[in-house]
Design a protein around this ligand. Structure first.
Ligand code: TXA
Ligand code: MG
Length: 502
């Protein structure tokens, strides 16, 4: 039986990507903390965003959750297995990492043949976030998983395109009234109609500004976003969808545009000379049942249009298609937000295989945790003074960072260039001699080149010390280097984020 190997791997703590009826999931044994940690590291997922536990059925649910309300059993009867996720009170068996410290846990019973078989064979609760790098469009095909994770996970089970294309509805059953935290294919209206249960819809929650109960932490992050800008188009004020597309295209005349619209509208549009004369990349969905068809194709379209190198995507808005519109709104979110400022810090060492990649990864992980609220975002890069492109990080560097839940196994060394130095807002070297070489090379940039210890030092003292090279030393030395770097980065963070006068 083909699923035996991935099921056993999953059970023993390895990562397995698998299809569900909604999107592909990146699965790990929920009871093995290192496996759960690896999920966060692989996705680059903020630690405060909890995971959904997947089970084949409710047989062993009692071990994982307590005080199950009667509504659960009604909904389970009516909708499970299916695209509905329940937030319930957790037992101590669920590691804190899974629930991100909340006293609740999300549980779902997917309705997909392969997934059901896998869960039964593995016979453990399986956490599975959508199988995409955090912030990117979710994966609805195995090839999407491969695009995001390449050879970084041992198993990807391919069962074609997923049936629904948008993630499950998340419903919170821990408050005085059930409340939808994330819209999905199963809507509040359907729950009322089928199960006779009164439920606050996603929008109700928003309108009331109900902050007393915890919403889905995942909702605060920008999501589902391709690299291209996404603009919504729809027919309104008596203007057709085709007219709306044409007028947008007119304003974007110098940009390579992608279209995600229904087939019928495209049939009308393609006859227009403007369209025929311009290079437009199209990704169409069926005009019948557009709600379902658009949801089914949205993520694949965003990914395909990105891969085709478009600058902008015009995507058809379908008022009333709640789950689809929720995801589309998020894909456009950056367009509605003020552009965030992203600053770059460049860590430099000699070979770019030990200290500087460790520093950059530790910095990015720390920044991820700390900077949700701040307007300025920081991003770290690393490079080596004397190296070649494409070397992996040293094995001990990978191991000691893995202990901190950070994965640098995909690191590939980069030779320092003048461009990298010029683009960085600040440059942090490991030693004073590296600093002096760089300053000698580019005196004009002197003020932004300091050792990491100097950046970390409150008074910016010149002689604040070096970070010694652990190269070829025992793993314990690398562990010391990691701890040293972590401490410096935390002080550095204070320095670069404190306002003058603070
Ligand atoms: O359809 C799906 O649900 C897919 C497939 C793979 O099953 N999974 C998925 O997982 O979408 P993920 O991790 O991408 O999204 C989980 C959502 C997040 O918005 C998270 O904040 C929310 O569920 N969530 C998880 N645990 C929660 C909890 N205890 N309370 C509130 N929200 C929770
Ligand atoms: Mg997700």
């Amino acid at each position: 039986m083909l699923l035996q190997a991935p099921a056993s791997a999953l059970r023993h703590g390895e990562i397995v990507a698998f299809p569900t009826e909604t999107v592909y999931g990146l699965g790990a044994n929920a009871l093995i903390e290192t496996a759960v940690q690896q999920i966060f590291a692989l996705k680059g997922r903020p630690q405060d965003n909890p995971l959904i536990v997947h089970l084949a059925d409710k047989e062993k649910l009692d071990q994982l959750v307590k005080n199950i309300p009667p509504e659960f059993y009604r909904l389970y009867e009516d909708f499970c297995p299916g695209p509905l996720t329940f937030v319930l009170e957790k037992t101590d068996l669920i590691p804190d990492q899974v629930s991100a410290g909340l006293n609740t846990v999300a549980v779902r019973f997917p309705d997909q043949k392969i997934c059901q078989l896998l869960l039964r064979l593995a016979d453990v609760p399986v956490v599975a976030p959508s199988a995409n790098i955090s912030g990117r469009p979710s994966a609805t095909r195995a090839s999407h998983v491969l695009d995001d994770f390449k050879d970084r996970i041992p198993f990807i089970i391919d069962d074609g395109a997923t049936e629904l294309g948008v993630e499950s509805t998340v419903i919170d059953l821990t408050g005085s009234m059930p409340r939808i935290l994330r819209p999905g294919v199963i809507t509040a209206d359907e729950i009322r109609a089928v199960s006779g249960i009164e439920v606050l819809s996603y929008k109700d929650g928003l309108e009331e500004g109900d902050l007393k109960r915890p919403a889905s932490p995942g909702l605060k992050y920008r999501h589902y976003a391709p690299d291209a800008r996404v603009i919504q188009v729809c027919s309104k004020d008596g203007k057709s969808l085709e007219a709306a597309v044409l007028s947008e295209l007119d304003q974007l005349s110098d940009q390579k545009a992608g279209l995600f619209i229904n087939e019928k509208s495209w049939d009308k549009l393609r006859l227009q000379t403007v369209i025929a004369e311009r290079e437009i990349i199209k990704y169409l969905f069926a005009a019948e049942n557009p709600d379902e068809a658009a949801a089914h194709e949205l993520y694949a379209a965003l990914r395909a249009l990105d891969a085709a190198g478009v600058d902008v995507i015009l995507a058809e808005a379908i008022p009333g298609a709640e789950a689809y519109m929720n995801r589309l709104d998020k894909a456009c979110a950056s367009e509605n937000m003020e552009k965030e400022e992203v600053k770059k810090i460049l860590f430099v060492c000699t070979g770019n295989t030990c200290r500087s990649p460790m520093a950059a990864a530790l910095f990015n992980s720390y920044a991820e945790e700390k900077q949700q609220a701040s307007k300025i975002k920081w991003k770290a890069l690393s490079a080596g003074l004397h190296t070649m492109d494409g070397l992996a990080a040293s094995q001990s560097a990978v191991s000691v960072l893995c202990e901190s839940g950070i994965d640098i196994s995909g690191h590939s060394s980069v030779q320092l260039t003048e461009e990298l130095l010029a683009e960085a807002d600040i440059v942090a070297t490991m030693t004073r001699s590296q600093r002096d070489i760089l300053r000698g090379f580019l005196p004009a940039l002197e003020s932004k080149i300091k050792t990491l210890s100097e950046w970390a030092d409150e008074r910016g003292r010149e002689s604040a010390g070096d970070v010694p090279d652990p190269y070829a030393q025992p793993e314990a030395v690398y562990r010391e280097t990691r701890n040293h770097l972590q401490a410096l980065i935390e002080s550095l963070w204070q320095q670069i984020n404190s306002q003058p006068g603070d």
